[in-house]
Write a protein that binds this ligand. Structure first.
Ligand code: COA
Ligand code: AMP
Length: 630
């Protein structure tokens, strides 16, 4: 089968196409109905099928004879630990943890928040929830207590599962005080917490509420996988939107399993027994899909790496892991290799390791800049493949479909739409743009299986954010173009979402924090270019009349506030005091122009600007020459 005919079939005959893919997973009850439109303008995949995601990830592989094969390899340069679990061992651990949760009163449909570092217990907790039909919501460990509280408030979990600490290079970050603070802040109180105690820090336990992971496991009875409907939620994963309130992306069980299994072949050409390493974090969608679920659905061995690309201990860390575990397929964010390249520009570290097991390198999470692509190609001599997707979609919207046909790579392009995604570039009015012209990237409905069902607790927000902007389409929030050969070029977000080191953050949310400082009259936060992290937030602040605070002091306080409310991961380090902010005549802040000036890019003076002379003032404050487009 070639790519074009597979793609056409997926668009022209989606039900036949996905029925065939659905046949490749172990359902408890095979679905008769493949697609059912719903009245929110979207629909459900495989609505009458039943299955269990933990069964598909684990027990099904044991039944297929892979019980003694490694399912998970844990490699932790920050603690020196290395261990692995076979499919049989991981199944037993997950069944016992599921049993422990059940014994504590967790049932199908209950929410469980998981706030954990990159340790096997995080994976066991996720799969344990799936086994009993509980809905997990993993919160990335780099988020502050306030962010965790917001998610507790929204998801209303019955339980929070955490560990005593995370380890960031050499810093031990205690998680339990953050969990306690978040629970204190939220009006919803979980019934109980489970705490995995690590030797690097011991958590203080609350009598009657907190349980030690090891104690629960010691007395737990293993739980069997419970049947859930294809359309029952598997997880909620919060992601940044344009406002301060994150969106809880809801993923189903059936569509997710079918799509992810398909993606392992299509996008990564992975086969059972392959060693698959997604160097990300379970707190992000890349971690959900390609550390935990998809590699196990495909009978691969997944690598869980608790470390960084650099400093743990050096820029050879990735190559060392590839060598030690015989990694065949590596997936990470471009920023990780920008960090490696910065420390080891000639790739001297690479020469110290044998990476002959590696077949391909995959990158996503942010735009793959051509210099990083070229550097990786030149030094590894391996295929380097960009693919574009989002928390909302759960798997690649565009990729190089190497599992069916390897396409020529064009640097700067995420290649072609994955089968199932009818990708189009449209104008704000919804008409299709000619080849080569930029517009909004949208996907004609229906979306394929695996994509979000709704926004948790707020279907109206789901419709308003994704379906209403361009009727008949899913709005991706990214802008770009499709060239004459059908290659998709993603140029960046068209909203207030920024991408810092492959992490998606909301400038709107940072603005809310900055604006809450008593000396701040008005502010805006834009994503300025950064050599290593792609973008970093930059605040522009107007001080209230009569406020006398020193500018450096104000900056320090604002940096601390963002760290405290959102987390260190926001990388908010600069806030510049300005006299005025450029606005349109209707009062809208011209963020795009501010960003262009900060980056020293050429910009056009918007015709709607209230007072163009402000742009010169801002340029001077940034110390940038003006580069107006004429
Ligand atoms: N728990 C607690 N704190 C965390 C954390 C976690 N899980 N992850 C990051 N942080 C903290 C860091 O310690 C740092 O704090 P600091 O300001 O006190 O130093 C801050 O958040 C910023 O972290 P990070 O963006 O990771 O910056 P870095 O300089 O430590 O490392 C990179 C830079 C590029 C090496 C790193 O971002 C990286 O490996 N990125 C890979 C991208 C990736 O995995 N993306 C996920 C989607 S694919
Ligand atoms: P997240 O939901 O955190 O995965 O972030 C999704 C966003 O990251 C997308 O909307 C894009 O803006 C960006 N992104 C992800 N992958 C790519 C890619 N390959 N090229 C360009 N941008 C990307």
């Amino acid at each position: 089968m070639d790519y074009h005919s597979e793609f056409r079939r997926s668009i022209d005959k989606p039900e036949a196409f996905w029925r065939e893919q659905a046949g490749k997973i172990d359902w408890i009850q095979q679905p008769e109905t493949i697609w059912q439109a719903t009245d929110n303008g979207h629909g459900h995949w495989f609505p009458d099928g039943t299955l269990n995601t933990s069964d598909i990830a684990l027990d099904a592989n044991v039944r297929a004879g892979l019980g003694d094969q490694k399912a998970l390899i844990y490699d932790s340069p920050v603690t020196g630990a290395k261990r692995s679990y076979t499919y049989s061992e991981l199944t037993d651990e997950v069944a016992r943890f599921a049993g422990a949760l059940k014994a504590q009163g967790i049932n199908k449909g209950d929410r469980v928040i998981i706030y954990m570092p990159m340790i096997p217990e995080a994976v066991i907790a996720m799969l344990g929830c799936a086994r009993i039909g509980a809905v997990h919501s993993v919160v990335f460990g780099g988020f502050a207590a306030h962010e965790l509280a917001v998610r507790i408030e929204d998801a209303q979990p019955k339980a929070v599962i955490t560990a005593s600490c995370g380890i960031e290079v050499t810093k031990v970050i205690e998680y339990k005080p953050l969990v306690d603070k978040a629970i204190e802040q939220a009006s919803h109180k979980p019934d109980f917490c489970v705490v995995y105690q690590r030797p690097q820090a011991r958590a203080q336990m609350h009598d009657g509420r907190d349980h030690d992971w090891s104690d629960l496991m010691a007395s737990a009875e293993p739980a069997d996988p419970v049947p859930v409907k294809s359309t029952d939620p598997l997880y909620i994963l919060y992601t940044s939107g344009t406002t301060g309130k994150p969106k809880g992306v809801v993923r189903d069980n059936g569509g997710h399993a079918v799509a992810l299994k398909y993606s392992m072949k299509l996008v990564y050409d992975a086969n059972p027994g392959d060693i698959f390493w997604a160097a990300s974090d379970v707190g992000w969608v890349v971690g959900h899909s390609y550390i935990v679920y998809a590699p196990l659905f495909a009978g691969c061995t997944t690598v869980l790496y608790e470390g960084k690309p650099v400093r743990t201990p050096d820029a050879g860390a990735f190559w060392r892991v590839v060598q030690d575990h015989g990694v065949n397929l590596l997936f990470t964010a471009p920023t990780a290799f920008r960090a490696v390249r910065k420390e080891d520009p000639e790739a001297d570290q690479l020469a110290r390791y044998d990476i002959s097991s590696l077949r391909r390198i995959f990158l996503a999470g942010e735009r793959l800049d051509p210099p990083t692509y070229e550097w990786l190609r030149e030094h590894t001599q391996l295929p380097v493949l960009d693919h574009w997707w989002q928390t909302e979609t759960g798997w690649a919207i565009c990729c190089n479909p190497v599992g069916i046909e390897t396409m020529v790579t064009k640097p700067g392009s995420a290649t072609v739409p994955s089968p199932g995604y009818n990708v189009q570039v449209v104008s704000p009015g919804g008409s299709q743009m000619p080849a080569g012209e930029q517009g909004q990237i949208a996907v004609k409905l229906p979306l394929p299986p695996g994509c979000l069902m709704t926004v948790w607790g707020d279907d109206q927000r789901f419709q308003d954010s994704y379906l209403k902007p361009i009727p008949g389409f899913y709005s991706s929030g990214d802008g770009g173009f499709i060239d004459e050969d059908g290659y998709v070029f993603v140029m960046g977000r068209t909203d207030d979402v920024i991408n810092v080191a492959g992490h998606r953050l909301s400038t709107g949310e940072m603005e809310e924090v900055v604006a809450s400082h008593p000396a701040v009259a008005e502010c805006c936060v834009v994503g300025a270019h950064d050599e290593m992290k792609g973008q970093i937030p930059l605040g522009l602040v107007l001080i209230k009349n009569g406020a006398t605070i020193d500018h450096d002091e104000l900056e320090e306080e604002l940096v601390e506030m963002v760290r405290d409310r959102i987390g260190a991961i926001a990388c908010f380090r600069r806030a510049l005091v300005v006299d005025r902010l450029p606005k349109t005549r209707s009062g809208k802040i011209l963020r795009r122009v501010i960003r262009q000036i900060a980056d020293g890019e050429e910009y056009a003076v918007p015709s709607t600007i209230d007072d163009p002379s402000i742009l010169e003032e801002i340029s001077e404050q940034f110390g940038r020459p003006l580069s107006k487009k004429h």
